[in-house]
Design a protein around this ligand. Structure first.
Ligand SMILES: *[C@@H]1O[C@H](CO)[C@@H](O)[C@H](O)[C@H]1NC(C)=O
Length: 130
């Protein structure tokens, strides 16, 4: 009786360890945010919109969808806004490189398994006159 109990405890412990390491992996692979606002986005001038892009990936059963957005300009970016058209929060956006203070932006968009995403990317910047 005692032996059965202890092996059940070991099994539960093992299961717990596996489940915990699985969720830890999920968090590590998914360290973006649902939407993104990089830089000073408080006073956006429409004339400063240097790039706008619509990124849409349809849901495919059991699949994770991914997209990389790369934009290279010649001014100084002061705000990057990535907003979702869809209200479910099962996708993430991550700024891989560039952004505010740079002249380029590299973003990675990622969906959950079985879901798609639909984002609008807007980049605001000033062309420096020298
Ligand atoms: C953001 O930009 C506006 C307009 O240029 C400026 O007035 C404001 O001070 C800036 N805010 C920060 C936190 O830098």
């Amino acid at each position: 009786m005692g032996k059965i109990f202890s092996s059940a405890t070991v099994l539960i412990g093992l299961l717990h360890t596996i489940l915990c390491s699985m969720s830890a992996t999920a968090i590590a692979a998914d360290d973006g945010s649902f939407e993104l606002s990089d830089g000073n986005c408080t006073a956006l001038a429409p004339g400063d919109l240097v790039h706008m892009e619509h990124v849409h990936k349809l849901a495919i059963p059991f699949m994770e969808r991914e997209a990389t957005v790369k934009w290279y300009g010649d001014g100084r970016i002061y705000c990057v806004l990535v907003t979702s058209y869809i209200r479910d929060t099962r996708s993430t956006v991550k700024l891989l490189d560039g952004g505010a203070g740079h002249s380029f932006v590299i973003l990675e968009l990622h969906s959950s398994r079985g879901y798609g995403f639909e984002y609008q990317v807007r980049i605001f910047g000033k062309t420096e006159m020298t």
